[in-house]
Write a protein that binds this ligand. Structure first.
Ligand SMILES: NC(=O)c1ccc[n+]([C@@H]2O[C@H](COP(=O)([O-])OP(=O)(O)OC[C@H]3O[C@@H](n4cnc5c(N)ncnc54)[C@H](O)[C@@H]3O)[C@@H](O)[C@H]2O)c1
Ligand SMILES: O=C(O)CC[C@@H](O)C(=O)O
Length: 392
């Protein structure tokens, strides 16, 4: 059985899917795949047997993608699997930023004894809030999470302004036409009463919201970070709160510097922590992993191009290679020279890498062995895998 190594609490739905498809979970064999949530893989030794790493979640900054790409390991995430969960918690955070619910709950519990009703009625004036309706929400990043937050905020009668220069076509279709598109992030920061960030943590996005950005915000604005620690400069946020340049900061990422600050609310990275989101993300991850390991189809990879074709031949050869000229020519010539007939050849490239999937029917054992060794020796080929269709 093919062994899959897991880290973190992976939903039973995903594990059951793998078990039902003849995988061993954390067995004795060297693993072919890794399935994880937030484990920091940068500090782990990843066995040479591993061919795929799948993040049950959206962010993949915990995975050494560059190193794995050079080794021929496909890295996947599960975009959208937990987006609704994050959207709902972000909406809860908006309400917490508008109404002093947390303090009010504490106050209600402190007023024990005597005429409770009278005491709460007399003193509740300290817990008056404001309404979201009519206020402006700025959404930075309009992907799976940001687009849902933006659309839902409209339903709460907020005005919404969004910023996402890399918006992909699929997400663009989902965004309500009443959402204003900003050309610059500065526009969003200046105009919004609430700013929420929904972008990945990359080198470029490190401290995307720093001291200078916060200075552009209204002094009574609220800042929400349900993306990643490190996207907002927490120290700059703390300093702005201390100087009344920011009203409240709500983050899903604990930081020692922020503990016990009266204007900060911290949740412990629970944006995606719902039963539904954990099930959906784990199931997507398990399916993508099985699909790749058994058919060579790549769906939702973050390092290699997606190719998702029906497996209608007896064999396939998947070739991960650098995105350089003349690779398709060399690969097809190679098969032709060995008298192996190609039924279909799919090729896509993204950035530095490309993937070629060759479909074959007549493929002798000798040819298969030769092809594996010889293809791997073509310059710029990173990894070759053979897939056998059990339906034949
Ligand atoms: N708190 C949690 O538990 C939790 C759960 C899910 C996702 N997340 C985080 O939220 C992030 C977003 O999730 P998603 O599912 O929406 O991802 P996504 O990939 O669907 O969307 C991200 C969007 O951000 C945009 N973007 C990137 N850099 C930008 C920038 N500098 N300015 C404006 N837009 C930018 C991209 O173009 C993309 O449209 C994830 O990367 C992850 O780090 C956190
Ligand atoms: O696994 C989790 O709970 C967190 C998931 C979240 O960080 C994500 O990037 O999708």
């Amino acid at each position: 059985m093919t062994n899959i190594k897991t880290y973190n609490a992976i939903s039973q739905k995903g594990l059951a899917y793998l078990n039902a498809h003849h995988y061993d979970i954390n067995g004795q064999e060297e693993p072919k795949g890794i399935l994880l949530r937030s484990q920091n893989l940068h500090n782990e030794v990843i066995p040479s047997s591993v061919r795929a790493v799948v993040r049950a979640g959206a962010g993949f900054n915990n995975i050494p993608v560059d190193t794995l790409s050079k080794r021929g390991v496909a890295v996947f995430n599960t975009p959208g699997g937990n987006a609704n969960a994050v959207k709902e918690l972000t909406i809860a955070a908006l309400i917490l930023a508008a109404r002093p619910v947390v303090g009010a709950i504490g106050f209600a519990n402190e007023t024990r004894g005597g005429d409770v009703s009278l005491r709460t009625e007399v003193n509740k004036g300290g817990y008056r809030g404001t309404e979201l309706a009519g206020k402006t929400l700025g959404v930075i990043g309009l992907g799976n999470v940001g687009s849902k937050v933006a659309n839902t905020a409209l339903a709460l009668d907020m005005d919404v302004i969004g910023y996402d220069p890399g918006l992909n076509a699929n997400t663009a279709w989902r965004i309500d036409r009443h959402i204003k598109h900003a050309k610059t992030v500065e526009e969003v920061l200046r105009q919004s009463d609430y700013v929420t960030v929904h972008i990945p943590l990359t080198d470029k996005n490190k401290y995307f919201i720093g001291g200078e950005s916060i200075k552009l915000m209204k002094p009574d604005a609220a800042l929400l970070n349900f993306s990643r620690g490190g996207i907002v400069d927490d120290l700059a946020a703390k300093s702005a709160l201390d100087q009344d340049q920011l009203r409240v900061y709500i983050t899903d990422f604990a930081d020692e510097a922020l503990f016990d600050h009266p204007k900060v609310i911290i949740t412990p990275h629970i944006g995606g922590s719902t039963v539904e989101a954990e099930d959906m993300s784990a199931l997507m991850a398990a399916r993508q992993l099985d699909n790749y390991l058994t058919t060579g189809n790549i769906v939702n990879s973050v390092n290699y191009p997606d190719i998702d074709e029906p497996f209608t031949t007896k064999y396939r050869v998947g070739i991960i290679h650098d995105n350089v000229p003349n690779m398709i020519g060399q690969i097809s010539t190679f098969f032709g020279d060995k008298n192996i007939n190609i039924e279909q050849l799919s090729n896509r490239a993204v950035g530095d890498y490309a993937y070629t999937l060759v479909a074959i029917n007549d493929f002798t054992i000798d040819q298969q062995e030769y092809v594996k060794v010889a293809l791997d020796s073509i310059p710029h080929v990173i990894l070759t895998r053979r897939y056998v269709n059990d339906n034949f």
